[in-house]
Ligand binder design. Sequence first.
Ligand SMILES: Cc1ncc(COP(=O)(O)O)c(C=O)c1O
Length: 422
Amino acid sequence: MDTQTTIERAQAVLAGGCDSPVRSGWGVNAPMFVQTRAHGASAYDENGRRYIDYIMAYGPLLFGHTHPSLVTNLDEIARDGFVWGTTHPEEIRLAERIRSYLPSMERMRFVSTGTEAVMSAIRVARAYTRRNLILKFAGNYHGHTDLALLNAGASAYTSDAAASGIPAGVMRDVVVARYNDLESVDVFLRGREDELAAVIVEPIVGNMGYVTPVSGFLEGLRERTQRYGALLIFDEVITWLRFGLHGAQGRIGVAPDMTTIGKIMGGGAPIAAFGGREEIMRVLAPEGQTFTGGTHGGNPFCVAMAHRVIDLLVEHPEYYDYMDGLARRLAEGIRGHFRERSLPYTVVQSESIVDFKFRPGPPNRNYDDALAADRVKYAAYYAAMFERGILLPPSQNEVMFVSVAHTHADIDDTIAAIGESL
Ligand SMILES: Cc1ncc(COP(=O)(O)O)c(C=O)c1O
């Protein structure tokens, strides 16, 4: 069966041919990539052709696709069942482990996806402060609940409010400021400071390319939220475990009131969490009046996977250095190509993330920078790399993720393919 037929079949039965629009290839004007298999750092198409995968499922696959510690003996953790609908000791132990690395999560609750974690955190923040207004940042992505989608990064698309299905009422209680720009925070909040329930932010951003907070930005958010009696929520769905066991908050030294985590923590299985200071989390039922819940929350299978992930990172602290070494080599290789060709693009690399945009000048600082990148060039580059067996994210808002499974040979092949593609 050829790929065209599969795509036609997908379009006939899946809305838009896929479960998440970025997968359709619309961001790069390319046919949808149909995958049948994955192993290590490789993705395979229907014809068995191998691609070096830098999408890595948009973040969860810190260890690649099939790390033996994550995919072996799964029957051991399935033997007692996938989902119980009850509280269990391993779930408690997982929460204790997470809190030992992220002390700001004094109390937490497990959910299945980052979207749910953010939705729940916002509800808790609103209940705790008895206020409604949420301030978020353009180009940050917090999942696909109504308010999170406004002017969001990643592949979110909400240009027409009426057609987007997001009620106008939702928009009254959200303001969208510019990342790395405290002045814009002040402008958008002016006169509404007393309404502010929470500021939600990706402390380090991976959804408008790779964007780091400028010095003083997160501290400024911390100071303002405290001054206004509002909460600061760090969305660490990408950054927790990507930047070590202590996440972005441990690295930057700013403690949020609430945190959301997900992606890597499940080793491919769907598990996420939200949490924060004890007094805040006490608004949740049955202690308080605020409801969140879920059939799959804290299910023993996903919890066991999360333990495997943390075990792996504790047993192999060298993994971070290994990935950093690979990513550095890749970034240097790309820089070399740019120098040779006098191309004005800046490559950023931080640990296992490598990123550059087709926009001259410094790396992205905010969503305006991200939107100024040349989409047509990226689409051509994506196609040229695809032809050479390299699978890049089909959107310029995403970044390249290197994993434990990538090899030096993969990196060298990728650098060679980039040279040819440019
Ligand atoms: C920072 C951030 N928050 C939340 C989410 C939503 O997570 P999920 O796709 O698991 O719902 C994402 C997903 O990309 C994300 O990058």
